[in-house]
Design a protein around this ligand. Structure first.
Ligand SMILES: Cc1cc2nc3c(=O)[nH]c(=O)nc-3n(C[C@H](O)[C@H](O)[C@H](O)COP(=O)(O)OP(=O)(O)OC[C@H]3O[C@@H](n4cnc5c(N)ncnc54)[C@H](O)[C@@H]3O)c2cc1C
Length: 394
């Protein structure tokens, strides 16, 4: 079900839908839709295809190769990419760092770092969280000490998504240990290939290697790779988090999963019965659809030209993540016992591999386990609710 859009946006959506389906290679689409393991090259290939089509960074200014689309067009683009079954465009460089560089970076930093992001040549990761400093991010302890033209960085970052593929990490570090926590932080760009950087995998519930620890041991970072002034890092970090939260509302993803849910629920089983014949399930699916429509309406009201994401970003994140999790729960309910066999080979199936319950069910339970993360990353939902309460003066 599509949210009803005014004429020009409806045409825009139709054009996106048709073109994205032409651009996306079938193999990549099948892999992403089945939830199989995507490699570095898969993500970068999609980025390069989009870039060649002029859509590498639709929210960036034209001067940097973007389309300068307003927030509602960007949201439609993200949604249509998800519906088409594309791998997600990695947000770390494109949607988190780029707005920071455009606002706080030097001309030299923009020249150096923006083109490889849009062209799919360099991969970024986010070095914010540390053990004991997740929700309480300002307590972070990674130290950067000035030594001539460099900083020397020591510490440990954790939960760093896909750092195993990264060329660069934007990183919060403590440069003034005497100042109060928020006032002693700077924002550095760390070369992941520099001596002293070590990436160690953390396995998630589904057994996959998606997040990491990043150990920093005497890593030299040129001071020219600091963004903003020394000790301005906290303001920059908060600016970036606002962008991160709008990106994880995941409306397109929930729509795509709803389509899948309806399809699987309408299939007859061996005895000719369909999950959709169950009135309770139909009611739960309808409720999810309605809540999604309400979220879309809310998002479209918020994303007016010129508006900057503020406390509203928290609302989109909380509701969007709940709906993603609800969709994955319903999918497992529809699959029933077919979701039970867990065969890790299904993530990267060798030739001739036949999943026990068939391709459509092979990774549903893994996805259900994996998606517990969406209410944690980007700032947990409990923290978002605290932010919303504060914004409402409660
Ligand atoms: C899959 C995944 C990917 C991630 N990727 C990255 C990444 O790429 N880069 C990065 O820097 N970080 C990343 N993170 C880290 C993420 O931002 C943190 O996990 C998150 O901020 C929560 O911090 P924490 O894990 O330390 O939990 P804690 O802060 O210890 O919180 C534990 C629990 O207590 C609750 N809680 C804490 N404080 C309060 C409070 N004041 N009021 C109410 N409840 C509270 C939390 O909601 C949570 O339920 C990722 C996390 C996950 C799970």
């Amino acid at each position: 079900m599509d949210f009803e859009l005014p004429g020009d946006l409806a045409d825009f959506r139709a054009e996106l839908r048709a073109r994205l389906r032409e651009l996306l290679p079938d193999g990549l689409r099948a892999k992403a839709l089945a939830g199989r393991r995507l490699q570095r090259e898969d993500y970068l290939e999609w980025q390069r295809i989009l870039h060649a089509a002029g859509w590498g960074a639709v929210h960036w200014p034209r001067q940097w190769g973007g389309c300068d689309w307003d927030a509602s067009r960007v949201a439609l683009f993200d949604e249509e990419c998800a519906l088409a079954g594309a791998p997600r465009q990695l947000p770390f460089g494109l949607k988190m760092l780029a707005p920071v560089l455009l606002r706080f970076g030097t001309p030299a930093q923009r020249e150096r770092f923006l083109p490889p992001i849009i062209e799919g040549r360099e991969w970024w990761c986010q070095g914010y969280s540390e053990p004991g400093s997740g929700s309480d991010l300002a307590s972070l302890r990674t130290r950067a000490v000035r030594d001539g033209d460099d900083y020397v960085v020591d510490g440990l970052k954790t939960w760093t998504t896909l750092a195993q593929h990264a060329d660069w990490m934007f990183c919060l570090v403590r440069t003034d240990p005497e100042a109060r926590p928020q006032a002693g932080i700077s924002f550095l760009l760390v070369d992941m290939h520099a001596p002293g950087v070590q990436v160690r995998p953390i396995r998630l519930l589904d057994g996959e290697h998606e997040v990491n620890e990043v150990w920093l041991d005497g890593v030299r970072v040129p001071a020219s790779q600091r963004v903003g002034e020394p000790e301005q890092g906290w303001g920059i970090a908060k600016y970036l988090l606002g962008h991160e939260r709008t990106n994880i509302a995941g409306i397109g993803v929930v729509k795509r999963e709803l389509e899948r849910l309806r399809e699987l629920a309408s299939r007859p089983d061996a005895r000719g019965r369909r999950a959709l014949d169950d009135a309770l399930l139909r009611s739960d699916i309808a409720e999810l659809e309605l809540e999604l429509l309400a979220l879309e309406t809310t998002q479209s009201r918020m994303l007016q030209p010129g508006s900057a994401p503020g406390a509203e970003a928290s609302l989109l994140k909380v509701v969007g993540s709940r709906l993603q999790q609800r969709a994955s729960e319903l999918l497992v309910r529809v699959a029933g016992a077919r979701a039970l066999p867990f065969q890790p080979e299904a993530f990267d199936p060798p030739a001739g591999f036949e999943p026990a319950a068939g391709d459509d069910y092979a990774l549903l339970a893994a996805q259900y386990a994996n998606w517990r993360k969406v209410s944690i990353y980007g700032g947990s939902n409990e923290i978002q609710l605290n932010l919303l309460a504060r914004a409402m003066g409660l």
